[in-house]
Write a protein that binds this ligand. Structure first.
Ligand code: FES
Ligand SMILES: [Fe+2]
Length: 388
């Protein structure tokens, strides 16, 4: 049995040192993360464009749960556990598709409306007391924000606006037209490393001179500052060495016109934000990069990276996002390579916590936020297996 309290307070006092190895390796810690983080917080499920029309759907996995995400006939995004209310059968086997106005179980053909109501249950009228209204699909919460879909499996989640209040209040994403952007390219990476190593890697540029030779030339690694340094939103801007007209691309030049609301100093800045626990948002003058983090197990993470451009740019003759795609695909792979090396190292019996540098203050903040969620008494006692 793991004593989380003593590990975290002893090993990570004040956030000055890295987390103990078990946080990256232990199945017991991962179970607790499912209960306290991934089944409780808002989880990014990608862009709203995944479900444009009523009946469009995709299946999203959160921890061990399978969710059907669809759009109902009124145009509202909906999410349901992929579980039939009759005998529990998984309703939907395909990863995406289009429902013909309803969701039907492949077993005994119970049929659900796109808003989750049970609208067909063959022969069940013969069962005394059976009332279809008692058996809607189990719903999850959905929130659409700037063209992103977020899901929450908690029965009474913290309201989205409250959960991400600092970002919503202080950063006007409409300057980057984020709600209008379209995915022009997407890559899914499977990484043999814990999801927190990916967050920690994204949250510092201490590693940039050694690891990212191209990136380091475009944005000098110390030329950055933090807008958010505590809580679920962390990050801030880095200055482009090239100034206005530059961007994060293979040749350092913007590959599209600036997004409509980007002006003044912002033309020479890249903003990097982490949205705990599943999204990295990188705002460039000419495009936006979104990394979506899926924790699969203690040592396996899937990251889907979307390159988002404005439709007006995409439709221009000669539009070519490839320099941005190549740049971030290369940089991503450098980051995942070193994250996998980190996973291997922190799994060693020789690993002990190490001191964070001044350039890693956001990692200490990430750890503090994470530990606050992991340490609270209620979840530990409710789980019944972990000490308070
Ligand atoms: S299990 Fe779905 S209809 Fe029977
Ligand atoms: Fe990096």
């Amino acid at each position: 049995m793991i004593d989380f309290k003593s590990y975290s307070t002893h090993r990570s006092a004040g956030g000055a040192h890295t987390l103990a190895g078990l946080y990256y390796t232990s199945p017991e810690v991962f179970e607790r993360e499912l209960e306290r983080v991934f089944y409780k917080r808002w989880i990014c499920a990608g862009r709203s464009s995944r479900i444009v029309n009523p009946g469009d759907y995709f299946v999203e996995t959160i921890g061990r749960e399978s969710l059907i995400v669809t759009r109902d006939s009124g145009g509202a995004a909906r999410a349901f556990y992929n579980v039939c209310r009759h005998r529990g059968t998984r309703l939907c086997g395909d990863s995406s598709g289009q429902f013909a106005g309803r969701i039907q179980c492949p077993y005994h053909a119970w049929t659900f409306a796109l808003d989750g109501r049970l609208i067909g249950a063959p022969n069940m009228s013969e069962s005394a007391g059976f009332r279809p209204e008692d058996y809607p699909l189990h719903a999850a919460h959905v929130h659409e924000w700037n063209g992103f879909l977020f899901l929450n499996l908690d029965a009474n989640p913290e309201p989205f606006e409250k959960a991400y209040d600092p970002l919503i209040r202080k950063i006007d994403l409409s300057r980057w037209q984020v709600s209008e952007l379209q995915v022009v390219h997407s890559i899914s990476y499977d990484i043999r490393a814990n999801w927190k190593l990916a967050f920690q890697n994204y949250s510092e540029c201490y590693h940039c001179p050694k690891l990212h030779s191209v990136l380091s030339k475009l944005t000098p690694y110390r030329d950055s500052w933090n807008y958010f340094d505590e809580g679920p939103i962390l990050g801030g801007p880095m200055r482009l060495a090239a100034g206005p007209g530059g961007s994060m691309t293979m040749d350092g030049k913007a590959c599209a016109q600036p997004l409509a609301g980007v002006a003044g100093e912002d033309l020479g800045l890249i903003y990097y934000f982490t949205v705990f626990p599943t999204l990295f948002l990188s705002l460039h003058p000419d495009y936006v990069l979104a990394h979506r983090v899926q924790a699969i197990s203690a040592d396996h993470t899937r990251i889907v990276c979307d390159w988002l451009f404005h439709p007006d740019q995409v439709s221009r003759p000669g539009f070519d996002p490839q320099p941005a795609i190549d740049f971030w695909n290369m940089t991503n792979r450098e980051d995942w390579m070193v994250s996998e090396l980190s996973q291997q190292g922190v799994s060693s019996r020789a690993y002990d916590t190490g001191p964070y540098s001044q350039l890693e203050s956001l990692l200490a903040a990430f750890d503090r936020h994470y530990l606050r969620l992991m340490e609270g008494a209620s979840g530990a006692r409710a789980a019944g297996t972990l000490p308070a």
